[in-house]
Design a protein around this ligand. Structure first.
Ligand SMILES: *[C@@H]1O[C@H](CO)[C@@H](O)[C@H](O)[C@H]1NC(C)=O
Ligand SMILES: *[C@@H]1O[C@H](CO)[C@@H](O)[C@H](O)[C@H]1NC(C)=O
Ligand SMILES: *[C@@H]1O[C@H](CO)[C@@H](O)[C@H](O)[C@H]1NC(C)=O
Ligand SMILES: *[C@@H]1O[C@H](CO)[C@@H](O)[C@H](O)[C@H]1NC(C)=O
Ligand SMILES: *[C@@H]1O[C@H](CO)[C@@H](O)[C@H](O)[C@H]1NC(C)=O
Length: 439
């Protein structure tokens, strides 16, 4: 009996430790569970002399993760020694060795071509959806610009033949994406004559690529700091959120002076801070009115040599279930399934603050800011227990480090109670360990 008890207990303990280490930000994002980038090959023609013509579409279904400069690159392995005879709307970065096909003047003869987008106005930029330098918008922010497309003519194949490419890789940009196998699906139906005529592709093959911040980043990229009108206390980002100032951490250097004699070119250069994050999000609870409350939201860039164009910010907070007015950012709420709080997405206004500029070398930082007025749900609204503070924050699709609840600004009358389960969880774990030791 006792043995059973011990084994049940140790199982529970292992489970809890496992749960504490498994952060959902790896692969599965609870705020965007269906997000993916889908790559589609639509075979549109089988020319008489062999091979095929296909339209390749890279469609971003991530609500708030975009493909930024320097843009996407996509690669694959040909299964049957195919070559690319022609390409429109994109280019292969290396033609490879084409001497065996000299008469056909192919575009690329490599067995594992790597393709990149053309720039606006480039020669051959006639394909619809092409030529935006590989930049793709997030689905929830700008659906018409959330895809990229190009056309390929594939040769060195018998007539009426096509094979799915193998080992698709997507750099969007850099690592982080993992693509599944290219598989046949229902042929795509295109509309012509302004929607009056349907044209079915001969064959449609698809691969779904998903992002993992674990694969892409070594350290977190952002952290959250908090303050309120009801407390003197300013809760800074947790120390060493993204790295430690004094440790010679790989790839990051920091500068507190005007000197430009920082490390090599591939080193990320940051303003020195205790959190060492490239980006900090500050949430200030500014006013408490009868039926409304007001928050000031500020995003600060500590990079000395990096601007964030088309930045976006995701905030999970129950207060967004009511009407909110955001003054200086564009915003929308995201559909959420199985999340108890509402999730709001923010991004900059064009020509005003859609670019988060780099920090000045003198010690300042680049920043964008807005006030938000939220209507109160009188049953729910409270200044107690840190309710008015955000639950979860993402910048550019990456989850930001939050301060622990016991560091949150407190109401002066001590009416602060920790509502987060994290502390109970901690005590429960301690209790379990203690029990384990005693037995
Ligand atoms: C990819 O995203 C689309 C759109 O959200 C969704 O319909 C599809 O099921 C997703 N695919 C996978 C494998 O998650
Ligand atoms: C795909 O990758 C596997 C493993 O790296 C390799 O053996 C195979 O030859 C590749 N296939 C193609 C068509 O490049
Ligand atoms: C906000 O974003 C939407 C979607 O991209 C856009 O249609 C709208 O014009 C933007 N609003 C402002 C004020 O820029
Ligand atoms: C390819 O298909 C077309 C139409 O079905 C047919 O007329 C042609 O003979 C085929 N070519 C070969 C080489 O099989
Ligand atoms: C960032 O933007 C500023 C102002 O627009 C510009 O002067 C600077 O060169 C940009 N920095 C980089 C690294 O592109």
């Amino acid at each position: 009996m006792k043995q059973l008890l011990v084994s049940v207990r140790s199982f529970a303990l292992k489970l809890m430790i496992l749960m504490a280490f498994f952060t959902p930000s790896d692969c599965f994002d609870p705020l965007d569970p269906n997000g993916n980038i889908t790559v589609t090959f639509d075979v549109l023609d089988y020319p008489q002399n062999g091979g095929y013509v296909a339209r390749v579409t890279i469609r971003n279904f991530y609500q708030y993760r975009h493909v930024e400069k320097p843009g996407w690159q996509i690669g694959w392995g040909w299964a049957n020694e195919e070559i690319i005879l022609k390409m429109a709307g994109a280019y292969a970065t290396d033609s490879g060795d084409c001497k065996n096909f000299a008469a056909q003047k192919p575009h690329c003869c490599k067995q594992n071509p790597l393709i990149a987008d053309l720039w606006p106005g480039a020669e051959g930029s006639t394909v619809e959806g092409c030529c935006r330098s590989g930049v793709i918008s997030a689905w929830a922010i700008d659906p018409p610009l959330s895809f990229s497309a190009f056309e390929i003519t594939v040769g060195n194949l018998p007539a009426n033949t096509s094979h799915p490419p193998a080992n698709l890789t997507l750099f969007a940009p850099g690592p982080g994406y993992t693509c599944g196998p290219v598989q046949d699906t229902e042929p795509t139906v295109f509309l012509d004559y302004g929607g009056r005529r349907k044209i079915r592709a001969f064959r449609t093959m698809k691969s779904v690529c998903t992002y993992s911040s674990f694969l892409a980043n070594k350290a977190p990229v952002c952290c959250v700091s908090l303050s309120t009108f009801y407390s003197q206390q300013i809760t800074d980002c947790p120390k060493c959120s993204c790295g430690c100032r004094d440790s010679a951490s790989d790839g990051v250097s920091c500068s507190s002076s005007q000197s430009s004699s920082l490390g090599g070119n591939d080193v990320e250069k940051l303003q020195c801070t205790d959190h060492m994050c490239p980006v900090r999000i500050h949430w200030h609870v500014k006013n408490n009115y009868m039926r409304y409350w007001r928050v000031k939201l500020t995003i600060s860039n500590y990079n000395l040599q990096r601007n964030y164009s088309d930045w976006n910010l995701v905030i999970q907070h129950p207060g967004f279930s009511k009407k909110a007015i955001t003054y200086s950012f564009n915003t929308t709420t995201l559909p959420t399934v199985g999340i108890e709080d509402e999730v709001a997405l923010f991004w900059g206004l064009p020509y005003y603050n859609s670019e988060l500029t780099e920090a000045g070398a003198g010690g300042g930082f680049g920043s964008v800011t807005t006030d938000i007025i939220l209507e109160k749900d009188l049953d729910e609204f409270t200044l107690m227990s840190g309710w008015a503070l955000p639950r979860r924050v993402y910048f550019g699709g990456e989850e930001c480090q939050m301060p622990l609840p016991d560091a949150f600004p407190m109401l002066p009358n001590g009416g602060f109670r920790i509502r987060h389960e994290r502390r109970y969880f901690f005590f429960l774990t301690l209790l379990m360990i203690w029990l384990e030791l005693r037995l």
